[in-house]
Design a binder for this molecule. Sequence first.
Ligand code: PGA
Length: 250
Amino acid sequence: MREKIVAGNWKMNNDLAETEELISKLKLQMVKEPEAKVMVAPGFPNLYPTFQALKDTPVIVAAQNMHENESGAYTGEVSAAMLKSVGVTTVILGHSERRAYFHEDSAILKKKVLTAINNDMTVIFCFGEELEDRKNDKHFDLVEKQLKEALFDLPKSAWKNIILAYEPVWAIGTGETASPEQAQEMHKHIRTLLDKNVGKEVADSTSILYGGSVKPNNAKEIFAKEDVDGGLIGGASLNAVDFVAIVNSF
Ligand code: PGA
């Protein structure tokens, strides 16, 4: 069963006090049992306080990154075991900002995904084309390559722990969204790729989120598309009223 999911990626925003304030507002705004599964991803230092503050709600706390090795001399990095020990069992991997600024390529992402899966974590795997790829009509091939290189060798059983997030780079934080039709066209392509490379069961049961300038005024139209199962929300997730409006957009 494909789940409806709305995940907020808070990126490198909010100190502890601001995080607590945002959570209080979220708790006030949100209905007890939203139709969609709701996730929020604060920065590392705020993961545990967020987990504590939300543990009496259905909201799931996710990390924004994780190291590919289990432990060891990797100064500044965070392992799967560390995340799990503070209540975090979901991790965003492959975000375009990680790919662009921290040089994460498919080879590293493949290892990260495998480590997460081996630790029984859920992965929100992000991918998507640059504007140049779309202009050159390479967006379908590029997305296929990203998925193939990082995910298509995984055992079938891993897919129950994978959520896909298609995020065209040109739409992230730019205010420019893919049209609902462009999102649907790509999501359908992704589902076809899953069917071809992993199997129909996985294609039918994997949630595919759209990300890139989703706002309360465009979420409904995008989420209404057949192959769009929800969204990964950056900017608008920092405002409780906007985020909850998006959560309620199904
Ligand atoms: P945005 O970010 O909603 O601010 O465009 C989306 C994301 O980076 O996941």
